[in-house]
Write a protein that binds this ligand. Structure first.
Ligand SMILES: *Cc1c(COP(=O)(O)O)cnc(C)c1O
Length: 813
């Protein structure tokens, strides 16, 4: 890409203020964290409730970025760069994409529908890849931001585009249509997803069809509701399981495969795909339609469709051997997704040493040498310590790259490399599917039993933003990551949040804070229950103590003297009614005396904790706590003439008493997806899903017993499954004996008999399942809230009880 500034101004309808009107830009960014930002970058400062791009401009200028699309010029950067001033920066990004798209003229396929968009796109890329240089949306980039970014990836060498578009409400599709400008449309299906954004199903259909306003051909399954909305100018190419379509289909399952019988143009033939579920069969048929339209022979269609594979789109973070962290992206290798994966690596690296295992890179549209020159530039920009290249092409092309280790095949790498060669590093494993890098992942992954707690990092961000949306923009946020991040993994959560404008982290003990510092977390940290024996270590690790008594304060002052500290931040805790830790009213004078004229320490914040913010019955009590906090903190502030941060709200406090948000709030359980209030819960996303697998299935006869103490006697013939999870993993015994259940293949399987230390048995009579299938112990169903209620406890206890032997796996969509 090379676009002159003078062409950008009319394209995005902007004003201009700057010094270098002669220059050109060669890439576009919306992410201030990307190490790929450089002097050729055009940075769009997008707004957003959690991150306003304008606040990063100063940093970006320091890093050499020169060109910014803004809705206002922050005062401190005026005159230091080129600014394109627009009313709405998102619209400007879209306008830029529209302009950029019309510079290219090749066939483009647009895909929309309620589900299957990404799978159809990935499969088409696989099916057509041998014959075209394809540009496609990376991952599931199908939103108002994702679609323009996808299109901006086009270059001169591409000769086919495949883009997906997703909408959640009225008015969005007409913005995406001119960006994609499709020639061929595919409508996958119309289901209930996002119904809430539309007045009815018909409106949603009309809205989706706007993507296809100017297509030359629309591929769809016959559907009367859709067809009545179609303009007569649109030529359709339809399929159905009946006889009334251009392509007639019959499907039959056969031993894990589906045989699809096709009748088209009076010719009949069969293809076989390695899937049996209905959505996969329909998605495969959508792809088949494109191949038929493109005129592929029956033989080629049969051969390529037999190779369809499950599409995995998440970048997964996993624990590796020898203290390594793995980022598993073992299913694609193209230039666009390499850029995304490197940014992901930068945000999720756990170690300063970064290794990448990379296969040949495909379908970039560039000539080989130019492509690998670009790859080398990306890698060196990201300070990758070591590159392992697998494949004939990359082995030659990167031969001169520093610390480059070439292998021709994955097998060659696996047979030569010793596992001891990797230690305490973050390893990005990125390869095209054909390289079978999943085998490398197996080799490098830490081996533990097959129960995992999956943590959805997107849900964490979503939940944080939900609470932010209920606060004033200037209110600071402290995130509680005590107790191993409520069982979810404190380091990974802290890391995931480090770019989200979280002002403080809260831990219970000094050790937890030290572990975070050792892992490279630099966000300010408050230690809630500091013991005086840990004060010196806390000062060494820059951890800030909660001060709750005069005795503790004196002890800390002594350490501050010994260590020559000055103005060391401390946090004063007031006991307004919880009666655990904190100063009471009659102790305030002594506190003030101790703090007066003391330069060793500095009161960074004053806070208190609500005992019953989730309980409407105790509303008056809470208001009384808030009232005391107000007057006591005022007293301290006046006496000392200071203006510290004040904070009193926890999760339920934010929800129920936003008027008391003061300068900061302390978010805990809500971040992890559990609200104490039912309506609050609806706005949150599930963060943790505890999964295990079926180890063994067996049939038992009437009258037989299951488990210890013969607590369960089978009433009839039953099929049962044994799962390798028990009370030592943190599942309470009270959840057994038919009280609780797990979910297997979307069905409830009741826990029969007593839960043992490492195992439990569930009833799978009538459930279609086999050994090795996954069982959800909690997550979407049952929820932790549901479990807690049945067990007479609270979700906090369920979450924090999950044993450390259960592996945590973090992922981002
Ligand atoms: C744990 C804790 C919180 C967070 O409480 P949630 O109910 O999980 O939001 C806030 N403040 C203090 C002092 C805490 O110990």
């Amino acid at each position: 890409m090379s676009i002159q500034i003078k062409n950008i101004i009319p394209a995005i309808h902007s004003g201009f203020e700057g010094m270098h009107p002669g220059v050109a830009i060669d890439n576009v960014s919306i992410d201030s964290r990307s190490l790929q930002n450089n002097s050729g970058t055009l940075f769009f400062a997008l707004g957003g409730q959690n991150r306003d791009g304008h606040i990063y401009i100063k940093d970006l200028i320091d890093k050499g970025v020169l060109n910014f699309v803004v809705s206002r010029i922050p005062v401190d950067v005026r005159g230091k760069a080129n600014f394109f001033i627009v009313g709405n920066t998102l619209k400007a990004l879209q306008d830029f994409a529209i302009y950029y798209r019309q510079l290219f003229d090749f066939p483009v396929i647009a895909i929309t529908g309620s589900s299957g968009k990404t799978i159809v796109k990935e499969w088409l890329n696989y099916l057509l890849g041998p014959d075209y240089n394809i540009i496609r949306s990376p991952k599931s980039y199908n939103s108002q931001v994702g679609v323009p970014l996808s299109v901006i990836g086009i270059n001169e060498k591409h000769n086919l585009g495949i883009f997906e578009a997703g909408i959640s409400t009225v008015g969005e599709m007409e913005k995406l249509q001119p960006i994609i400008r499709a020639d061929i449309g595919i409508l996958t299906n119309i289901g209930p997803a996002h119904d809430e954004g539309f007045s009815d199903r018909q409106e949603k259909i009309r809205e989706k069809l706007k993507l296809f306003g100017y297509v030359k051909l629309l591929i769809l399954k016959r559907n009367a509701d859709v067809e009545k909305e179609l303009s007569h100018n649109i030529k359709t190419f339809t399929w159905s399981f009946g006889e009334d379509a251009d392509v007639q289909i019959a499907a039959q399952h056969d031993n894990g495969n589906t045989v699809i019988s096709v009748v088209y143009n009076a010719q009949a033939f069969d293809i076989t795909i390695p899937f049996t579920d209905d959505p996969s069969v329909e998605n495969a048929i959508s792809c088949l339609m494109v191949l038929l339209h493109f005129g592929y022979s029956h033989e080629v269609i049969k051969e390529r469709m037999a190779g369809l594979y499950p599409v995995e789109l998440r970048l997964q973070v996993k624990n590796g051997i020898n203290g390594c962290t793995l980022i598993d992206d073992s299913f694609s290798s193209d230039y666009q997704s390499l850029k995304i994966a490197l940014d992901f690596l930068e945000q999720h690296k756990t170690h300063s040493k970064k290794t990448i295992i990379l296969s040949d890179v495909f379908q970039s549209g560039f000539e080989t040498e130019e492509l690998y020159a670009k790859v080398a530039k990306l890698l060196s920009g990201h300070n990758i310590s070591q590159v392992i290249g697998i494949g004939e092409t990359i082995s030659k092309q990167l031969a001169d790259f520093p610390n480059f280790f070439p292998y021709s095949t994955t097998q060659e790498f696996l047979s030569h490399y010793k596992s001891s060669a990797f230690e305490n590093e973050t390893i990005l494993i990125k390869g095209a599917r054909s390289f079978r890098f999943d085998e490398i992942v197996v080799f490098l992954e830490e081996k533990t039993h097959e129960t995992v707690l999956e943590i959805n990092l997107n849900a964490i961000t979503h939940n944080l933003n939900f609470y932010k949306s209920r606060l004033k923009p200037e209110t600071r946020i402290m995130v509680m990551v005590k107790a191993f991040g409520y069982g979810s993994g404190s380091y990974e959560i802290a890391k995931a949040l480090s770019h989200q404008k979280v002002d403080y982290l809260g831990v219970a003990f000094a050790d937890e804070g030290i572990a975070l510092r050792n892992a490279g977390i630099s966000t300010p940290i408050i230690v809630m229950n500091p013991e005086s024996s840990a004060f010196a270590a806390m000062a060494a690790y820059n951890l800030e103590p909660e001060i709750y008594s005069a005795k503790e304060l004196k002890a800390f002052i002594t350490v501050a003297q010994q260590k020559n500290l000055s103005n060391y931040p401390i946090h004063i805790k007031l006991d307004t009614g919880m009666h655990r830790l904190g100063f009471q009213e009659n102790q305030l004078d002594e506190l003030i005396e101790l703090l007066k004229n003391n330069n060793l320490i500095s009161v960074k914040s004053i806070f208190s904790h609500l005992s019953s913010s989730d309980m409407p019955d105790y509303r008056d009590f809470t208001l009384d706590q808030i009232g005391k906090f107000e007057s006591w903190s005022e007293k301290i502030m006046e006496a000392l003439e200071i203006n510290p941060i004040r904070h009193i709200l926890n999760t339920s406090g934010i929800y129920n008493f936003p008027q008391a948000q003061y300068d900061m709030v302390r978010l805990g359980i809500g971040l992890y997806g559990v609200g104490n209030d039912e309506t609050e819960r609806k706005s949150l996303e599930t963060v943790g899903t505890l999964k295990t697998v079926i180890l063994q299935i067996k049939d038992i006869e009437p009258g037989e017993s299951i488990g210890y103490s013969r607590k369960f006697i089978s009433p009839g013939k039953m099929r049962i499954a044994t799962l390798p999870i028990g009370y030592a993993d943190g599942i309470r015994r009270g959840w057994g004996n038919e009280k609780g259940y797990v979910t297997i293949n979307e069905k409830k399987a009741i826990i029969t008999g007593t839960i043992s230390m490492d195992m439990m048995v569930v009833d799978v009579t009538g459930i279609d399942c086999k050994e090795g299938d996954r069982a959800v112990v909690f997550g979407a169903s049952p929820t932790v809230v549901e479990m807690a209620e049945a067990l007479g406890t609270i979700p906090y206890e369920i979450l924090t009880s999950i044993s450390q032997r259960v592996k945590r796996v973090f992922y981002k969509e």
